[in-house]
Design a protein around this ligand. Structure first.
Ligand code: MG
Length: 299
């Protein structure tokens, strides 16, 4: 089961759900369900982020809505038949936190050590880019690399969470590419400056296409992830290879920063981070999460 945000033909935002190979207009499904059930507290659901913030985003809830409706009408006329444009799963997260050097082989390829505790930085919300969007390289930016990562979306407010309880606070998972202006980052590090800019250029955070509910993912630490450029495999690994796993990452962050529903944590990239150039077609996949496609263009 996969959920997504999309813009219908007239530009209205909608939630879509993909189940058994068919895509349904969940915003419409929800209206029918709400009317059938009588008064309900949740207003119109047009964005996955609203579902996440209401703590309502789960496979169980999607299935409950669909099976309830199926009892009295066919779902056939609720299949999405129009062309649509995808949006990122969470367009306005309060925070996007990323982990550096969280796969041993990736740390080694940059001749870096693995940090003793998780190394965090942040990317700006304005860098988010949906499926099929163009990664824009400004002229003269130098080397820019791809980094495929598993992104975790928080579902509940989390402060001082212990490692054992972390998954109660997770809403779901998606695919992210932590695009990095490597030359710019290197120059900043050399001077002892922060590297925010090199990580947060516009379009430097492709994400999606789907948000997978946490209860639909058996083990987030046993997922194959892969990135290809023009069909050639550049990165291939398993999320089980992370040095600091999701319980450690969330528990650690939540000691210092209160995480909110919709906040995103990018969990680091495996080895094989290589440059991208004008005209490249990038495909990032994580097992069971679809394919995130983006093209690279030069400004
Ligand atoms: Mg990264």
């Amino acid at each position: 089961m996969k959920a997504f945000n999309y813009f219908a033909q007239k530009g209205e935002p909608r939630i879509g759900v993909k189940m058994n190979g068919r895509e349904y207009n969940f915003t419409y499904l929800w209206q029918i369900y709400k009317d059938f059930k009588g008064a309900h507290q949740i207003p119109g659901l047009n964005f996955l982020q609203v579902m996440v913030e209401m703590d309502y985003f789960s496979q169980e809830n999607f299935e409950e809505v669909m099976s309830t409706i199926q009892e009295f009408r066919s779902l056939n006329d609720l299949v999405i038949r129009e062309d649509y444009r995808l949006d990122v799963p969470i367009p306005r997260p309060q925070k996007i936190l990323c982990i550096g050097r969280n796969y041993i082989a990736h740390a080694k390829e940059w001749k870096s050590s693995v940090p003793k505790e998780p190394l965090f930085f942040s990317k700006l919300q304005s860098a988010l880019l949906p499926h099929n969007g163009h990664i824009v390289l400004p002229a003269g930016i130098g080397r820019v690399d791809h980094e495929v990562e598993l992104a975790v979306v928080m579902g509940k407010t989390a402060s001082h969470v212990s490692e054992e309880n972390v998954f109660e606070f997770v809403a779901g998972y998606t695919i992210a590419i932590d695009v990095t202006a490597r030359d710019m980052q290197g120059a900043a590090i050399k001077k002892g400056y922060p590297w925010t800019l090199s990580k947060s250029l516009d379009t430097f955070l492709p994400m999606g296409p789907y948000l997978i509910p946490a209860d639909a993912v058996k083990d987030p630490h046993n997922l194959n992830l892969k990135l290809t450029v023009n069909g050639e495999t550049r990165q291939e690994a398993n999320t089980g290879e992370m040095v600091f796993k999701i319980p450690c990452l969330i528990s650690h962050i939540s000691r210092y920063i209160t995480l909110q529903p919709g906040d995103i944590i990018c969990t680091g990239t495996p080895e094989g981070t290589l440059p991208i150039k004008n005209g490249d077609h990038i495909e990032a996949t994580i097992e069971g999460m679809g394919v995130l496609r983006n093209k690279v263009v030069e400004h």
